[in-house]
Design a protein around this ligand. Structure first.
Ligand code: KG4
Ligand code: ZN
Length: 361
């Protein structure tokens, strides 16, 4: 079965063709990073215009690379949320037009499910129950998955997403966009102990698996003011103090992600841990999650770097089982910017066994 996946929820216009649910034939990603870089973040209006310019060429390239004609496709999967509504609309409208003209079945895919599938389709069959962490520029969540395609949101960020926190701190320090990979690289050159941040993890009285990054962001802001650190001028080499701050921020950001994840693993005792989304590229997060997985003897899977940030392959992979069992959507499919990923209420026997309330020092 040949499936075309189309992704346009944020600043990547992407299309990929996969065969049989797990064989990647092509994966084309037109990134808009250069366009948005001068603004230090994604400008929604510009993003949707760029998608419009790129979408046809990207889908054609995906077909060429895969040596597949559009008429050979068995189905089309497209991201319909969550994301920027104008950006989503471009992918959704194009996918609907292709489906209508070519008479090919169409399914809508939740972007977050796509991120989880970037891991599912690249790795050996996932054993369930699983815990899936999605860490990206727009989301930071943990899902409990008792079986494939069943999701219970058990923890999410109360304020910024983890990638957003990286991007904002990078902007403050004049490091450029997107901030995650830059801070990750600089963190290796710095010494965290030389830039101590006054920050403690917030107390989540009502949900022990929630995240928060606003305290950490404020701590960085305070440190920058106190130390009189100036944002880097364009093209300037990062100073030692900026590298130290990058190391310190990275250490705390990863700690903020790992603590709720560890609690969720302890309570839910999953058979697999899935780490996905743009921030899953982060070297320190991967290392910490790996050591957690080894200590707890639970396999951890994350995507290869090219499938970590937004791509069409993960959308095709998530759409594949839906198309296979005959799910279809028609022209009524529409972009849903705040689409949720949750289709499960926990039966009582699947509720976590551990303590529900916790305090952090
Ligand atoms: O998944 P993604 O491509 O888009 C969303 O769905 O948001 O994630 C992009 C985010 C950006 O915020 C970027 O700064 C972050 O992922 N990111 C990283 C790293 N690589 C990308 N954050 C931390 N460390 C990295 N190495
Ligand atoms: Zn994403």
């Amino acid at each position: 079965m040949l499936v075309l996946g189309i992704e346009s929820s944020c600043d990547e216009t992407a299309a990929a063709i996969i065969q049989g649910g797990c064989r990647l034939l092509s994966n084309i990603i037109a990134s808009q990073i250069e366009t948005h870089r001068p603004f230090g973040g994604v400008v929604p209006e510009i993003a949707s215009r760029e998608h419009l310019i790129k979408i046809v060429e990207v889908v054609n390239q995906a077909c060429e690379k895969a040596e597949v004609k559009l008429s050979d496709l068995d189905g089309i999967a497209v991201t319909y949320g969550p994301g920027l509504v104008g950006s989503l609309l471009v992918g959704v409208c194009y996918a609907k037009s292709l489906s209508y003209v070519l008479k090919k079945p169409l399914v809508g895919v939740n972007h977050l499910e796509g991120h989880i599938y970037s891991v599912v389709f690249e790795n050996p069959p996932i054993e369930y129950p699983a815990l899936a962490m999605v860490v990206s520029g727009g989301h930071t969540s943990i899902y409990f998955m008792p079986e494939a395609e069943k999701y219970k949101l058990i923890g999410h960020t109360r304020d910024d997403a983890s990638g957003e926190a990286y991007d904002k701190v990078a902007k403050l320090l004049g490091l450029g966009y997107p901030g995650g990979p830059i801070i990750d690289r600089l963190a290796h050159k710095g010494n965290k102990d030389l830039a101590p941040l006054v920050f403690s993890l917030p107390r989540m009285e009502d949900n022990r698996y929630d995240f928060s990054f606003s305290g950490l962001k404020t701590a960085v802001l305070r440190y920058v003011k106190e130390q009189g650190i100036e944002a880097l001028a364009k093209g300037a080499e990062p100073t030692e103090e900026i590298c130290n701050l990058a190391a310190s921020f990275q250490h705390s950001a990863v700690h903020s992600l790992i603590v709720p994840l560890r609690k969720a693993i302890t309570d839910f005792q999953p058979k697999t841990i899935i780490l996905s989304g743009g921030v899953a590229c982060n070297s320190a997060l991967r290392m910490e999650a790996k050591s957690l997985s080894e200590k707890m003897k639970i396999p951890l899977y994350y995507p290869s770097p090219i499938l970590t940030t937004d791509n069409g392959a993960m959308i095709a992979a998530a759409g594949y089982p839906k198309l296979l069992r005959g799910e279809r959507v028609g022209l009524e499919l529409t972009a849903t910017s705040s689409l949720k990923l949750q289709n499960l209420d926990l039966p009582s026997e699947d509720k976590p066994k551990g303590k529900i309330r916790y305090r952090l020092s």
